[in-house]
Every structure is written in structure tokens, then in C-alpha cells.
Design a protein around this ligand. Structure first.
Ligand code: PMP
Length: 461
């Protein structure tokens, strides 16, 4: 085996990788005739045979069709049981169909799904969110994307400024202003392959690297910034953790420059019941979360301070409020409120995290042991109930470093290898998420699978 220091992504023999991938594709096909047949039928009216375009990016030549999901497992139409470490990319972080959520949603289904009027659950949900995140006021949407859009609109409205600051290689849903990255010259530019941007993002957005306090100060100094939209740790380019004091410095700079700080906790809720915001005692002006808090039922929400609430009250005309750009007919519907109330009160508890976080640590320890045994120049990053490996020897400090370690071909192979052994990882990066229903046995199965996979990959043929 070559010296550890000499192995990097280019030293993985690509011809051998292609051969191993071919072997895995053949077993994938052989084991999944019913998914293959459904995928073929689906192509008649679903482009690529999938209900949403990004689903073509799953490993394998066709997606696995799900028969049923429960807890931390799902069974596909070919009868194969899978350990689900993707959990709907956080949508099912609390496990598939948690019993209290199912019970509440089932009852609400019979009592009316949507009326455009509030139900009492809205009071319980907003009270619970206030206690959890420390922000007094809440409004509801159907997705985290919409919650981010609304938070941005309010920020522009309240500050009278046009520009939004985001981190390089962030992801906050399909929010136009956030589809920007830094180009090679360090300028804000449209993200690669951004589809139909309404305007060039350099007109709406300024991008800074994560953990770059000086860069942020410079971006704010022009005085035209309405909001900084951040994940308090990046999660979508792999996990990038904040340096000590980084999030506090972001807060200070936002205050100094009169900019509203929006914490998007949609994924970082994996850090605990109040996300990183509560864990690290952060003080955003607005906070966005979606996906997990409805136990998988579509929902999103944004919370804000007394000051933001007062400024909104003073500046929004009642007569135009329905067509002012903050909206959604189904927003705040009875069904999603019932789902959120049950999930927040009975499922997404401190007790649940007390079980999930040690499991993520055990998963990360297992992966690290596999990496060490194979001499792979990779590392593992941890964030509460999620952990992730990355194809670089050291943890990245910003989006650019994380992006540079990306290796799509290798990732597709590793994900397919896992899938063929009944383990689903989160697509587009190498993330595993633990739910309250995930077990030690699930984690051990992943450790054994990963160990075999990387040993074979890094052994001399
Ligand atoms: N914020 C973050 C941090 C996300 O990762 C995502 C989606 N992965 C969203 C917002 C948007 O969520 P949705 O696609 O459910 O609107």
C-alpha cells in the first residue's frame, strides 16, 4: 500500500474504480427488478422517471422505489430492508412516521385540512418554538425555502437596503439570492449551472467565505446589506464547523452595520432541540426552520425578535398584506400545525437527542476506524446527530475547501456500494443522520460495510 501521505483523490485508480462501479451496478440491477420496471413505466410521464429532477442523481441507474418506511428503516418494492441514514435529508430526522405525529395528523385529517383560519394548535406551536429558540414571534410556511424567502423580503423591507450576504457554497433551498458563489477572482457570481436566475446574483447578493470575519466586515462596510443569511455551521457542502467565536463575530458585525441576522437552522437542528442557536446561545434577529419539525409533514416557519415584530407592525399596511409578497394559501394549515405540535411536544425532545447524538458519535468512530485501517486520506466531521466523511485529510474551514474535496465519481460509488448492502446515505454528500429509532445495530452494520468498502478500495488489486 502507498504511504498514507501520498494517497489523495488523484491516486485512486480511476479505471479500477470504474470496474468496481460496474460490478456494483450489475448487483444493483439484479437485486431490484421491480424498481427497474417501475422506473421504466415512470419514464412515460415523468422526465427521467422521477417526480423531481434531482432524484436522477441517486446512485444506480434508476431510483429505488419505496414500499414503506417506518422508524429508521424502509423497505423497497423489491422487498429489501434498508437502514435509512438519509432520513429524507432531515425531513424524517425524527424517524419515519413517528407515532404521536401520525396520531395527531390522522385526527386532524378528519377535522379539516385547510381553512385559511387558525386552529388552536398554532398557539401551542408558536409558544413551543419561542421556548425552544428564544424568539417571541413566529409565522408559518410550507417549506424552509419559503421561510427563507419571507425572512429576506422582510429584511429588505425593514432596512430599505437591497443586498443579501450569504456564505460561499451555502444552500438554503431554492432561494434566488442564495444561488451565488465566489468565482476564481473572489467576486460574487451565479452558481454553476444555476437554472434561469431572474437577474445576475451579483446584483442581489454578496458572497463571503465561512469563518472569514474580515471578509464579512468588508462585505457589510458598503452599507447596502439588508440581511446576512447563515447556517451557523455549513451542512450542505459537507459539514463545516464554525471557528470559536465566529458566530458571535457575525452577530457583532450585523449589529454594528444595522444588518438583520437570519439563522437557518433547517439542518443544524441536528445539534439539539434548539439547534446551534440555543446550544451556543446565539441571538439572531430571525430564525428559519422547516422539514423535521412536522415529522415529515410539509411545514416551515420563521421566528423573529420583538424589535423585528414592532418594525413590521409599524410598516406593513393591512390592506395590501395578502399580496405583499409574504404569503401562501396553505401556510399555517390545520394539518401541518397538528403535525408540528405533536412532533415538537412529543418527539423532538431533549431525551430524543440524548439518544441520537451518541449514535452519531459511534457512527463517526466507526468510519474513522475504517479510514485509519485503510490509510485513506479522509476525515470525519460531527455535528450532533449527524456526521459525515469528506475526501480530504483535514476538516475544511470554509465552503471553498469543502468543495475542493468533492469527488462525485467516488461518492456515487461509495453510495451505491452502501445501497447494495441495504444502507441509504444522504445523496450529494457523505452524511449520516441518526433518528430516535436508529439503533446501535444499524450503526454497527454501517461500520462493517464501510470498513470492507474502503479496504477494498485502497488495497492493491
Ligand atoms: N435551508 C437549509 C439549510 C437546507 O438545507 C434546505 C434544504 N436542504 C432548505 C433550507 C430548504 O428546505 P426545503 O427544500 O424543504 O424548502
Amino acid at each position: 500500500m502507498p504511504e498514507r501521505a501520498t494517497i489523495d483523490r488523484v491516486t485512486i485508480d480511476r479505471a479500477r474504480l470504474a470496474q468496481l462501479h460496474g460490478r456494483e451496478l450489475a448487483s444493483f440491477r439484479a437485486a431490484r427488478p421491480r424498481s427497474a420496471a417501475l422506473a421504466e413505466r415512470a419514464r412515460a410521464h415523468l422526465p427521467g422517471g422521477v417526480p423531481m429532477c434531482w432524484m436522477v442523481k441517486w446512485p444506480g441507474e434508476f431510483p429505488v422505489f419505496v414500499e414503506q418506511a417506518a422508524g429508521a428503516h424502509f423497505t423497497c418494492v423489491d422487498g429489501i430492508d434498508h437502514i435509512d441514514l438519509c432520513l429524507g435529508d432531515t425531513g424524517a430526522m425524527m424517524g419515519h412516521s413517528p407515532a404521536p405525529t401520525v396520531e395527531a395528523v390522522t385526527a386532524q385529517l378528519a377535522r379539516g385540512i385547510t381553512t385559511m383560519l387558525p386552529t388552536e394548535d398554532a398557539i401551542a406551536v408558536s409558544t413551543g418554538l419561542s421556548e425552544r429558540f428564544g424568539l417571541p414571534y413566529w409565522q408559518f410556511t410550507l417549506t424552509a425555502t419559503d421561510a427563507n424567502r419571507h425572512a429576506i423580503r422582510y429584511a429588505r423591507h425593514l432596512t430599505g437596503r437591497p443586498t443579501i450576504v450569504v456564505h460561499n457554497h451555502c444552500y438554503h433551498g431554492s432561494v434566488d439570492e442564495t444561488f451565488a458563489t465566489l468565482d476564481d477572482a473572489g467576486r460574487t457570481a451565479n452558481r454553476r449551472n444555476s437554472i434561469g436566475p431572474p437577474v445576475d446574483t451579483s446584483e442581489t447578493t454578496r458572497v463571503v467565505e465561512f469563518n472569514d470575519v474580515d471578509g464579512l466586515e468588508k462585505a457589510l462596510a458598503e452599507g447596502d446589506v439588508a440581511a446576512i443569511l447563515v447556517e451557523p455551521a455549513l451542512t450542505n457542502i459537507g459539514i463545516v464547523l464554525p471557528d470559536d467565536g465566529y458566530n458571535e463575530a457575525v452577530r457583532e458585525l450585523a449589529t454594528k452595520h444595522g444588518v438583520l441576522l437570519i439563522n437557518d437552522e433547517t439542518h443544524t437542528i441536528c445539534a439539539g432541540p434548539g439547534g446551534i442557536t440555543r446550544r451556543d446561545n446565539l441571538h439572531p434577529d430571525l430564525l428559519v426552520i422547516g422539514k423535521s419539525i412536522g415529522g415529515g409533514v410539509p411545514c416551515g416557519t420563521f421566528g423573529f425578535t420583538q424589535d423585528v415584530a414592532d418594525r413590521i407592525t409599524r410598516s406593513v399596511e393591512l390592506e395590501d398584506i395578502d399580496v405583499g409578497g409574504i404569503g401562501g394559501t396553505l401556510a399555517g394549515n390545520g394539518l401541518s400545525m397538528a403535525a408540528m405540535r405533536a412532533t415538537l411536544e412529543h418527539v423532538m425532545t431533549q431525551g430524543a437527542f440524548d439518544g441520537m447524538i451518541p449514535l452519531a458519535d459511534a457512527w463517526a468512530d466507526g468510519v474513522q476506524a475504517g479510514i485509519d485501517a485503510a490509510g485513506a486520506p479522509w476525515h470525519v466531521t460531527r455535528l450532533g446527530a449527524r456526521a459525515e466523511y469528506n475526501f480530504a485529510p483535514e476538516p475544511p474551514r470554509n465552503g471553498q475547501e469543502a468543495h475542493a474535496a468533492d469527488d462525485f465519481e467516488l461518492q456515487q460509488y461509495l453510495h451505491l456500494y452502501a445501497l447494495n448492502r441495504g444502507i441509504l446515505l444522504t445523496p450529494f454528500h457523505n452524511m449520516a443522520l441518526m433518528s430516535p429509532a436508529t439503533t446501535r445495530a444499524d450503526v454497527t452494520a454501517h461500520t462493517a460495510m464501510f470498513d470492507e468498502c474502503v479496504r477494498e478500495l485502497f488495497s492493491q488489486p
